[in-house]
Write a protein that binds this ligand. Structure first.
Ligand SMILES: [Zn+2]
Length: 580
């Protein structure tokens, strides 16, 4: 009897452990990433036996399936508000935003099981894992990353709308992005991790790392990450056997001449989370290394991050609080950045010697990396950025309710907003769009504006009951200012949210306006002088009847005042408002 019981027990344990192996682990050559249905089935099965784990679905994605969040909570508390009340921290891990870069998907499945099995969930950190973010792309399985060394098949980068979801966090065209923003603003993580695979140059490292660019990051958080968290992650990954280097982006083809730290503007996941004062990392395993090594490196990175986070949970909570307070009071905000070529650091880099040989395709010289010639060199590291545009925040922004998508996104992001109780005329600063550049072809479904020049004007504008007032004394100030200031690299203006103000609605008929214009010039000597001055400066104007009529029209009271006027008002003086 005892033997039978022991055999049964062994079988029970064995069968359960078998059942808990991931599809990656079950594949013989470990060159396999789980499919969407395998991912969800795996987590569902795991959650049946584990009260410390809960699956929560958010919204839908563009392909109609919900975004599944795996929540791991040692104390079995799954209410985000209660978690905060109990002074616990939250870690959010995102996987499969680029489903062709799936290490995080498989690594997170194994790590979830192991943390539960070993009863090793952190005490003070609740772990939230997005099982797979780009479900649409994950379902579109094939071999679309031609240079990548495995797995055998994987999902496609574009989602169902053919969007790169890692450019979609500000414009939020996809339902995936809206569900992500709901998750982020419900769970309010203090630390965020986004898992990827990198292409580009060859070198010795399996894993590279992007951290929120330090000059773009809140200085309180940057001080901690650059002095403590990041160095410790690098140190622990050496111990794990996966020494890392910063993400390799070089202006030349080979990294020997130096690498540039990656600038993740707000359109990227970590650029968006940085606006929320969240410490953020991106793992980028190297495409040419075997898939299993890439998965294990990602697994170890996640474990190391969790360990340090648990150790520093109290401190990270305090720093987040301080950063939120500081941003609430911050006056000037950077809107765009550029790498500082003059001031660079150096780092020790383990590369492979690059060379050129004749191409068998073209006969022309081609780049190659010689893996038999590894080297360790000190290279330049361009990791300093300078702000190229800044804005001082107003006391409040006034957003007409007509701009619904802005309001919808602000609500989703928990931006505190009030509404005007009744129609109100306000003296404030409005921007006229002086100039901007727009590309010929669309980028991620938009004609992204850049090089925006503004002409501020202090004027009086009538707003309507129900229009929105956003005071700039909020922890979310960065998100507010960087999206609403048109010069922001990823502002709503840049992403075409306000394009209707760039078109004229009325015009004139030359033959009718001739008489009106002549009358206007007679009655307004100042206007006449202005026209004459311009004519003497500009021979083309002097030679064109139509251009002169147009000049008079644009300087007349008939010309529409809303043309090129950015509709969001900047309230600069303390004005008593009736609000609801
Ligand atoms: Zn990627």
């Amino acid at each position: 009897m005892k033997t039978i019981l022991t055999a049964l027990l062994i079988c029970f344990v064995f069968c359960r452990v078998q059942a808990q192996l991931t599809p990656f682990e079950l594949s013989k050559d470990k060159n396999y990433t789980a499919t969407y249905s395998e991912i969800i089935a795996y987590y569902q099965k795991l959650s049946l036996h584990n009260p410390q784990m809960k699956l929560i679905n958010y919204g839908t994605t563009d392909v109609g399936k919900p975004l599944t969040l795996v929540v791991l909570s040692r104390d079995r508390i799954f209410d985000p508000k209660l978690i905060k009340q109990q002074n616990k921290r939250v870690l959010l891990i995102n996987n499969g935003i680029h489903p062709g870069e799936p290490e995080g998907i498989d690594a997170s499945m194994m790590l979830t099981r192991d943390l539960l099995k070993k009863n090793a969930l952190p005490k003070d950190v609740v772990i939230c894992i997005i099982a797979v973010y780009n479900i649409d792309g994950c379902l579109n399985r094939g071999l679309s990353r031609i240079n990548q060394n495995g797995p055998r098949a994987y999902g496609f980068r574009g989602n169902y709308r053919n969007l790169d979801l890692n450019r979609d966090f500000i414009k939020a065209d996809s339902k995936n992005a809206l569900a992500f923003e709901q998750i982020l603003n419900t769970w309010n993580p203090e630390v965020f991790l986004d898992n990827h695979t990198s292409d580009g140059a060859d070198y010795q490292y399996v894993m590279t790392l992007i951290e929120t660019q330090k000059d773009k990051q809140n200085p309180i958080l940057a001080d901690y990450t650059s002095k403590t968290l990041s160095p410790e992650l690098y140190k622990r990954m050496i111990k794990s056997g996966y020494e890392m280097t910063p993400y390799v982006e070089s202006e030349e083809k080979s990294p020997d001449s130096g690498i540039v730290s990656f600038l993740e503007t707000p359109r990227f996941a970590t650029g968006y989370t940085a606006q929320h004062n969240i410490i953020s990392y991106i793992t980028e395993t190297h495409m040419l290394k075997p898939f299993d090594k890439r998965v294990y490196a990602t697994y170890d990175f996640e474990q190391n991050l969790i360990d340090i986070y648990e150790r520093d949970a109290e401190l990270i909570g305090e720093l987040k609080h301080k950063a939120d307070e500081q941003v609430s009071k911050q006056k000037t905000f950077a809107l765009n950045w550029d790498v500082d070529k003059e001031h660079y650091d150096s780092l020790t880099f383990k590369g492979f010697t690059a060379g050129y040989k004749p191409s068998e395709v073209s006969g022309l010289p081609r780049l190659y990396y010689d893996r038999t010639k590894p080297y360790t060199k000190t290279i330049k590291y361009f990791d300093n950025y300078v702000a190229t545009a800044t804005a001082d925040k107003p006391l409040a922004y006034i957003i007409p309710q007509a701009w619904g998508k802005v309001i919808e996104l602000f609500k989703l992001n928990n931006v505190a907003m009030k509404r005007l109780s009744h129609d109100t005329t306000l003296n404030l600063q409005m921007y006229y769009i002086g100039d901007y550049k727009t590309p010929q072809r669309p980028y991620e479904g938009h004609y992204l504006h850049s090089n925006v020049k503004l002409n501020p004007a202090d004027i009086s504008i009538k707003f309507y009951a129900g229009d929105y007032v956003i005071y700039t004394n909020q922890p979310l100030n960065r998100y507010i200012v960087e999206t609403l200031e048109p010069q922001g690299v990823d502002s709503f203006f840049a992403w075409n949210f306000f394009d209707s103000v760039l078109g004229e609605k009325e015009y004139f008929s030359d033959y009718v306006f001739e008489d009106v214009a002549a009358d206007l010039l007679k009655k307004d000597p100042e206007l006449k002088k202005k026209l004459d001055d311009e004519k003497s400066k500009d021979p083309r104007l002097a030679a064109s009847a139509g251009a002169q009529l147009n000049f008079v029209y644009r300087n007349s009271p008939y010309f529409e005042k809303t043309y090129l006027r950015y509709p969001v008002g900047r309230l600069l003086t303390d004005t008593k408002l009736d609000l609801k």
